[in-house]
Every structure is written in C-alpha cells, then in structure tokens.
Ligand binder design. Structure first.
Ligand code: PMP
Length: 427
C-alpha cells in the first residue's frame, strides 16, 4: 500500500521525534507508520486522503467511536469552565458514584491518568495492605510498561515460570519480587503461595487475556484465582484496562460474576481521554485513608477527562448498546471463521464480540500465552495487510476492537473485505 504523504511525515518525524512515533507499540503497526488527520465515528482519515474503517479504536479507548458529538460537546462545555484545577470538583464525585453503581463489589475508586499508573497504585495498595512485597503476574499478561510488571510479556525462554525482562533498561532488582506463572493453572498459583508463605501481596491478571490472543478463562477459573488469594491473605487484582466498560458496562466483574479485591480501569472508561481508575471494596482503601501509603498525581481527576468519562458511560448505558456491539463483533467472527472454513483453514476466533482475536492454524481455543503463540502470525499478517488495502484498519497482533459506532453498514464493508483478504492469506 502506497502512503506517500505518511512517508514524508515519518521521515520528518524521525529527525526530531525519537523513533518517529510516540509509543513502542506503534512502531510496527504498518510498514510506514500512518499519519491521521481526522476521525469520525468508526472511520479514520489519513493524510493520503484515505478513509479507513477502524477496528483499532485507538487500542481500545474509542468505544463510542471518534468525535462522538455528545462527548465532544461535554468536553467543549467543560473547557469553557476550566481545564484543570489540581483540586476538587463535582464531576469526580459523580463519576465515582456512577462507577460504584455500575461495578459489582466496588465501593470506592481512585483516579489516575493511564493504565500503567493505575496498575502501580493497585500494587502499592496491595503491598501496603498486606505488608508483603512479592507480586504474582502471568505469562503474556500486559500491565503497562513499568519494570516490575513488564516481565514475561513475550517470553522466549523454555520455562513458563521464569521472570524474563522485556527490553533493555530493566534492572533485575526491579522485578526481583515479581513471580511469573503460567495462566490457566490454579495449581501453579497454589504452589507459589506455598513456596513463599506470607510473602505474596497480590496476584494481578487480565481476566480475559486480551493482550495475548484474547484467551478466555475456563469456567470457574477466575473465581479460583480470587479464592486462592483470599485463602493465602493476598489481594486479587483484575487488570480491567481492556475489559472494563467493554465486555459489559460492569466489565469482567459483571461478565464473569466474580469480585476480586481490586480492579484497574482505563481505556474505554473515558472514551478516548486519558483517565484511569482503581476500584475495590471500601476496606481495600483503608491504607490510603489511614495514611499507610499514598497515591498522587498532578492531573488526577482532571475535569475534562472526567466529563468525557461521564458522557461515555451515559452513551454506553443506553439500552441495547452492549448487545449491539457484541452482535457486530460476533458477526465479524462468524464471517472470518466461515470464510476460513471455505478455504480449509484451521482458523478460530477467541474473546467476546467487543474484543477478540483471530488465530490462523490453531485448532483449539488458546488458554494461555504458550497456546496463543502457536498461531500463524505470518498468515494473519498477510490477511491484515490485504484488509488494509481494502481500507479496513486493524491491529497487528490480530486483536479487533468493536464499538457503538460500528453499524450494519460497516459490517457489510468489513465482511466483503474479509472475503477478499482470506483469498490472499490462504494462497
Ligand atoms: N493493562 C492492560 C491490560 C493494558 O492493555 C494496558 C495498555 N494496553 C495497560 C495496562 C497500560 O495502560 P496505558 O497504556 O494506559 O498505560
């Protein structure tokens, strides 16, 4: 695909913007990074004049689509009043109340700016509450780019229990207290609790492993994780940065009917604005109230981002929104699977309608990182490249995001593109 104007901009960017892009994750999305000018509903417009049907949704946040008139208007209205206080305002109370109302088992929340930050707040709360230092995370799970959790995200070694750094500049000492375990294995968690008695502060996980193939948990598994934590005096933390306000209004807590001690929210919470939160039962926040630990941030509870979140939630609350989004996503999944079958592909999709992955050359649904990594990424790459040539924009790791702006019109566009792309991928 030719993108002459993006090529020019990228060359210019590389002169002064280190790496040319603003997040490591954006380096390999397309051969030349694409530059965008405008978004509207489910479409992005790039500088070469192309309209792309967007199933990336800004890596998740744009659940209401681009430039939703109600979000734009709420934010504009807020801007006429103030764009930062560094102090208290009504909006933060209203949003806290709405979250408590919507998220099962959540009595209180704190606000932060990014998922990365909110994860760190949750870990600190768990450590302060338990007086323990070690944390458990799982292979392939992503919890932001800090050294203590950016381990074994894409491990290459043979062991599924060795904490492996992900990039340079990660001193061993900074993840010395991070225990890595395989996902989908309750025995492994129990064994860790037995090996490190009274040392594990918390277990953090993505309830749907969206960052590694949207692996779904087996029935009862998430409850098993929460129960083991309770039994051994550790806090359970669901990282709902992707699942929150996406798999259901109440996130994974509602979808799976499980209540961990803490949940972390970001992305879809504010519909494209930079807001994150930690929610939990009242007791979980004792350590903040009594001053045993702190959580801070100049921009915490920023009124513009809060206004965006309040409106996003209002939009998501409208009757039928989640049903429609799931229906749309599931229709895409059925189409990919059906067209794949016609080409004799061993192809499956995993996840839910609003966030799912497509796996070539996998016969069974993956349950963890090791399963997922057996999928044929090259074939998916060809499939995706052809989709892009047909103006359908998706993420490189085979994850698709669906939002309220995707209608039947887009469904018909995308299913045509899928049929053509499968012809190319299956060659
Ligand atoms: N947790 C999960 C599950 C995520 O998917 C992400 C971002 N992809 C993060 C945490 C980090 O969030 P942020 O990029 O907002 O720092």
């Amino acid at each position: 695909m030719e993108s002459p104007q993006s090529d020019i901009l990228y060359r210019r960017a590389c002169r002064t913007l280190a790496t040319g892009v603003s997040s490591a994750m954006r380096r390999n999305v397309t051969k030349t990074p694409l530059y965008f000018e405008r978004g509207e509903g489910p479409y992005f417009y790039d500088v070469d004049g192309r309209r792309l049907l967007d199933y990336t949704l800004g890596w998740g946040p744009l659940i209401a689509g681009n430039n939703h008139p109600r979000i734009t208007s709420a934010v504009s209205k807020q801007l006429t009043n103030a764009y930062a206080f560094g102090a208290q305002h009504r909006g933060e109370i209203t949003l806290a109340e709405e979250m408590v109302d919507l998220l099962p088992g959540v009595d209180q929340v704190i606000f932060s700016n990014t998922g990365t930050e909110a994860v760190q707040a949750a870990l600190r709360i768990a450590r302060a509450a338990t007086g323990r230092d070690r944390i458990v995370k799982f292979e392939g799970h992503y919890h932001g780019w800090m050294n203590n959790v950016l381990v074994s995200y894409r491990p290459k070694g043979p062991s599924d229990r060795t904490a492996e750094k992900t990039c340079g500049g990660q001193p061993n000492s900074e993840f010395a207290d991070t225990i890595v375990l395989p996902w989908d294995d309750l025995d492994a968690i129990e064994e860790a609790f037995r090996s490190f008695p009274d040392e594990i502060a918390c277990v953090i996980c993505e309830p749907i492993l969206a960052n590694s193939g949207s692996c779904m948990p087996r029935d009862g598994y998430l409850q098993g994780v929460v129960d083991l934590c309770r039994r051994y005096g550790a806090l359970s933390i669901f990282d709902e940065v992707i699942t929150g306000f996406r798999v259901a209004l109440g996130g994974a807590r509602e979808y799976f009917d499980v209540e961990p001690d803490l949940s972390v929210y970001g992305k879809a919470l504010a519909g494209g604005f930079s807001l994150a939160a930690v929610g939990g039962n009242r007791g979980a926040f004792d350590v903040l109230r009594d001053g045993r630990t702190i959580h801070a941030g100049t921009y915490n509870g920023n009124p513009v981002n809060i206004a965006a979140a309040l409106t996003t939630i209002d939009i998501l609350r409208e009757p039928g929104q989640f049903e429609a989004m799931h229906r749309h996503g599931n229709a895409i999944r059925s189409c990919v699977e059906e067209v794949g079958r016609q080409h004799n592909e061993d192809l499956i999709t995993t996840g839910v309608g609003t966030v799912f992955n497509v796996h070539f050359d996998l016969a069974n649904p993956p349950l963890n990182y090791r399963d997922m990594s057996k999928a044929n990424g090259e074939k998916y790459g060809r499939f995706r490249e052809t989709l892009l040539e047909r103006n359908v924009y998706t993420l490189p790791d085979s994850r698709w995001y669906v939002g309220v702006a995707h209608t039947d019109k887009e469904l018909s566009l995308v299913t045509d593109a899928i049929t053509e792309a499968m012809n190319v991928a299956s060659r």
